[in-house]
Design a protein around this ligand. Sequence first.
Ligand code: BTN
Length: 252
Amino acid sequence: MNTDIEGRAAPVYYYEKLDSTNTTLKSLAYEGAPDGTVIAAARQTLGRGRAGKCFESPPGGVYLSILLRPERLENISTLTPTAAVAVCSALERCCGLKARIKWPNDIIYNEKKLCGILCESAVDKSGARYAVIGIGINVNSDSESFSTELHGIVGSVLTETGRHTDIDALICALTEELDRLLSLWRHDARCALDAYRRLCTTCGKRVDILRGEERDTVYAERIEDDFSLLVSYPDGREEKLFFGEISIRKSE
Ligand code: BTN
């Protein structure tokens, strides 16, 4: 593919197949790869998801990771929601798709998960801390590409709209949206907060919080200024959730 993006200083590397774009980019980062380096792959053999789960990455997807070397990393938890906003913008620009966010960072359309985001932070060989944001979007994959346990949960742009997407164009659009938002993020870690609140469809719904075998039904009140989710329990108690898995109750 053509990986030149006009005016972009850092490289964009594209591979037909990788184990994981996050793992590969972390190796490059360790050796000193520059801020903004992007790695994209047509498929992954060991795609990694949150909570140590694997992320199925069949052909027809966009699997992309971007390296950040910000001056301060105390706001790192705001990177994932910021990237989620960038993904929604890229999908709208490139596929005409109005995708939405399920807190904290799943991109959904027609109640199907189209994209997951995994942000990791580590230290390179000079001792400098960096972050890698990894994004996996199901684009032209058909439902048979995914294992049966994901059927009905996961979708792709193709399965949900019937339209094929130009993968190169989506990689370019996503890289541009990430570059734009992440450069704002360096000055203001809440730069994407208003957009995130508009795009997130979790609030105002009854949701289940999943913690191991435990499941608590709560009401999703609002997104706080730090992107946490404020929930209320039936007894009136409130809690701020900073991460974790929730499932939206179907009947309400
Ligand atoms: C999740 O929903 O659990 C997060 C999934 C993140 C997947 C992306 S695909 C590109 C990058 N490389 C990986 O191995 N994982 C992330």
